[in-house]
Design a protein around this ligand. Structure first.
Ligand SMILES: NC(=O)c1ccc[n+]([C@@H]2O[C@H](COP(=O)([O-])OP(=O)(O)OC[C@H]3O[C@@H](n4cnc5c(N)ncnc54)[C@H](O)[C@@H]3O)[C@@H](O)[C@H]2O)c1
Length: 272
């Protein structure tokens, strides 16, 4: 049985070339949806679409986009419409994280204007630009739609060494609620997803781990041990495919009364 009813729907996944987005595109394609992989990384995005085409029948495509740039986002949506004629779901997933301290007395890893602006432009402005551009099209068709915003547990709890990141993710909580209030009249649902600790993605790069360990005054080895020791009631990290399953559910009509809220997917963990 096609329980989700996503077959033939068009879904844009920003940051879909790898990591959580990479898992989401696989999960969505497996439901029969047409998937638009929208990412800055052309090589990885093209490869991801080739893989999808091998395994599933949908009309999948890669579109290069920089979510921080309005023209680029406009072009992304135009190209997506050319391929499948409509956009039913947007997964606002592209995001970055650069650990820094608010104040570093040693002067090594302190938040600068440049890093602040970079994180805000991808995680916050990018989410705004994509939501606005896609919502305009959804309103034109009059068929409603779903916008899923990837936030983080850190957006609710704050995270040591990741204040700028946490701040942008907190903004995504409230953008989600506010947009749901504005777009409900057009049958557009807006839902957030807040993962906790997941299996590693490319976001957890060597440089990311080095900087985060520094901000916490520990070694990278201790930081890695911490991922395992952290108190998670389910006693394991989350799988990327588990986030993808939640995305598929929320994108589908099965989640038809869910809007203006953020769903935690943390194995029960509530503190960063
Ligand atoms: N990995 C985790 O444990 C975790 C936990 C909570 C929340 N999140 C959130 O989930 C999302 C995905 O995280 P991930 O770990 O898969 O990251 P990732 O670094 O593995 O992948 C991010 C993708 O976004 C793309 N991207 C980055 N900047 C872009 C831009 N300006 N325009 C278009 N594409 C861009 C990258 O090319 C990449 O393909 C992020 O919003 C992140 O904050 C991740």
């Amino acid at each position: 049985m096609d329980w989700l009813g996503l077959k033939g729907k068009t879904v844009i996944v920003t940051g879909g070339a790898m990591g959580i987005g990479g898992a989401c595109i696989k999960g969505l394609a497996a439901t029969g949806a047409n998937v638009v992989v929208a990412d800055m990384n052309e090589e990885a995005g093209t490869k991801a679409v080739e893989e999808l085409k091998k395994d599933t029948a949908g009309n999948h495509t890669f579109i290069r986009v920089n979510v921080t740039d309005r023209n680029s986002v406009n072009e992304m949506v135009k190209s997506a419409l050319k391929v499948t004629g409509r956009v039913d779901v947007l997964v606002n997933n592209a995001g970055i994280n650069i650990p820094r301290l608010l104040v570093d007395p040693a002067g090594k890893e302190e938040l600068t204007d440049e890093i602040w602006d970079k994180i805000v432009s991808v995680n916050q402005k990018g989410v705004f630009l994509c939501a606005q551009t896609v919502a305009r099209e959804m309103i034109k068709t009059g068929d409603g739609g779903v916008i899923i915003n990837m936030t983080s547990e850190a957006g609710m709890e704050g995270s040591e060494g990741q204040s700028a990141y946490s701040g942008t993710k907190a903004a995504v909580y409230t953008l989600t609620r506010a947009w749901a209030k504005e777009l409900g009249r057009y049958k557009i649902r807006v839902v957030g997803i807040a993962p906790g600790i997941l299996e590693a993605t490319p976001l957890r790069s060597d440089e990311y781990e080095r900087a985060l360990a520094y901000t916490r005054g520990i070694t990278v080895e201790k930081l890695r041990e911490g991922y395992k020791k952290v108190s998670i009631p389910l006693k394991r990290n989350g799988k990327l495919s588990e986030v993808a399953d939640l995305v598929c559910y929320l994108a589908s009509e099965r989640g038809s009364y869910i809007t203006g809220t953020v769903v935690n997917i943390t194995g029960g963990k509530t503190r960063v």
